[in-house]
Design a protein around this ligand. Structure first.
Ligand code: ZN
Length: 153
């Protein structure tokens, strides 16, 4: 049974929130949606980069609404599963770091207002992070980025 709900926050507007306690390591949701090649992707709607030339379109599920944070409480594990990086309390917003998925050469990035003490102030492609930042995100990268940058799945 799902422990998350769609709601709104002052910081992000619409987002996904814990409706009950979620333990560290627990799976929160799995991203899904139509698989698009870049040439056929609709970038005006929700999309998630999952490969060099692959994207997931909107699933119409809660996965479309999880916001970015530079110090998130969830991250990818074993593919497209989003798992809790620490214990999450009811009412907390679920967030993940978009730079663990995005690696487009031409992604301009966007300003970040996540409010985390370690906010990077701009959400950018993984390739544009400093080496220390890349290393920090290594455990939670999508498999295609783990393989590309660290030679491992
Ligand atoms: Zn931030």
């Amino acid at each position: 049974m799902s422990k998350i709900v769609l709601s709104t926050s002052a910081a992000h507007g619409r987002g996904v929130f814990a409706s009950e306690s979620i333990a560290a390591g627990e799976k929160i949701l799995t991203f899904s949606g139509p698989v698009w090649h870049r040439s056929e992707a609709d970038f005006t709607t929700y999309h998630l980069q999952i490969g060099e030339d692959l994207y997931l379109g909107p699933s119409s599920g809660l996965d479309d609404y999880v916001n970015h944070c530079c110090q998130p409480n969830s991250g990818f594990k074993d593919g497209l599963d989003l798992v809790a990086l620490r214990d999450i309390l009811p009412g907390e917003e679920i967030t993940w770091d978009y730079s663990t998925a995005i690696d487009e050469a031409d992604f301009e990035g966007f300003p970040c207002g996540c409010g985390a003490p370690a906010c990077r102030e701009r959400v950018v492609s993984f390739r544009h992070l400093p080496a220390t930042g890349q290393e920090q995100l290594r455990p939670w990268l999508l498999p295609y980025l783990k393989a590309k940058y660290f030679g491992a799945i």
